[in-house]
Design a protein around this ligand. Structure first.
Ligand code: C5P
Length: 306
């Protein structure tokens, strides 16, 4: 029996995000390339005496914006695991290092962390595929938060294929003052498209080649995001953020997922530091983070015996 399990789960950036037409189920078919980067949320799960119920605590930057009730994805992850034997009496503490509502899948990372932590804590022994299928019920990005690394995502983003990547890449993230709602950005994308015919999205071949070759210059040139136009339409200041990145020689810059975080690819660690300083000095964003990718998906980093 374990007395606590700590799981670390990464943020993601979509190196390519091709968005198809709105489907009847309310989602959009995607052709995306997920890339896990070294910004993390940590989740600690501890069993409580019978009858205690759930104790959910969220700490760290932006914690005040995260709901603490049953709508929290971590709580919902627990409910999904109860039929498999997870106890409803558990303390769950999330330490946020991923920007909240930032287009970096922070909520999905927490959900993935909860699935992995509860599986370990209650010794459920669930297969990876089972956790991924349960994760897909919680959010489109949860299977990738479990998978980590770099992967092509299709369907809602839930059907994953590992991508071949050489080396690692240095990223700078410009964080905004206020989050953007993912459904609102998808709605704006549909509105901007009007009635025009939307082709089925494709993963760009030059991007996959750049990853395979570990070629940061080619990768920077092939970053693409179909939601960027919509995010900038809802938040025009993001245009200035993207301009600063271009002015300071970022190899590429895009809105991350549905935004408002913007992601910039640097040549190396030193260039990433230069870019970070430029963003801080420019005043166009709330704060800046540097991270390397790819990194592993949600995994146990500490566990204690009772
Ligand atoms: O699955 P997730 O909770 O991340 O999705 C949030 C919302 O984002 C969905 O309800 C939908 O409006 C939009 N979405 C979408 N197509 C996707 C993923 C998300 O339209 N592939």
């Amino acid at each position: 029996m374990l007395s606590s399990v700590t799981v670390r789960a990464p943020a993601k950036v979509n190196l390519a995000l091709g968005v198809g037409p709105l489907r009847e189920d309310g989602f959009h078919g995607l052709a995306t390339v997920f890339h896990a980067v070294g910004l993390y949320d940590d989740l600690v799960a501890t069993p409580l005496p019978e009858g205690s119920g759930v104790q959910l605590v969220v700490e760290g930057e932006g914690a005040g914006e995260v709901p603490l009730d049953r709508t929290n994805l971590v709580w919902r992850a627990l409910e999904l695991l109860e039929p498999y034997g997870a106890s409803p009496d558990v303390s769950l503490t999330i330490s946020k290092g991923i920007p909240v509502a930032g287009g970096m899948a922070g909520g999905s990372a927490d959900a993935a962390a909860a699935l992995v932590a509860l599986d370990a804590l209650f010794e459920l022994g669930l297969a990876k595929e089972t956790l991924a299928a349960l994760g897909a019920e919680l959010g489109s990005d949860v299977p990738f938060a479990l998978h980590g690394g770099t992967a092509v995502g299709r369907d809602r983003g839930t059907e994953l294929t590992t991508a071949m990547v050489r080396g690692s890449f240095h990223w700078v993230f410009a964080l905004a003052h206020e989050g953007l709602s993912t459904p609102a950005v998808y709605r704006e994308c549909d509105r901007l498209r009007g009635g025009s015919r939307v082709p089925e999205p494709q993963v760009p071949d030059p991007l996959m080649k750049a990853l395979l070759a570990g070629d940061a210059v080619a990768l920077g040139a092939s970053l693409t995001n179909d939601l960027q136009h919509a995010a900038v339409s809802l938040r025009p200041q993001l245009g200035q953020v993207l301009d600063v990145g271009a002015d300071y020689g970022a190899l590429g810059g895009i809105v991350s997922g549905s935004g408002p975080t913007c992601a910039f690819l640097a040549r190396d660690d030193e260039h990433a530091l230069d870019l970070a300083v430029a963003f801080t000095a420019s005043g166009v964003c709330r704060t800046v983070r540097r991270a390397v990718g790819p990194v592993p998906g949600a995994r146990v980093v500490d566990q204690r015996a009772a």
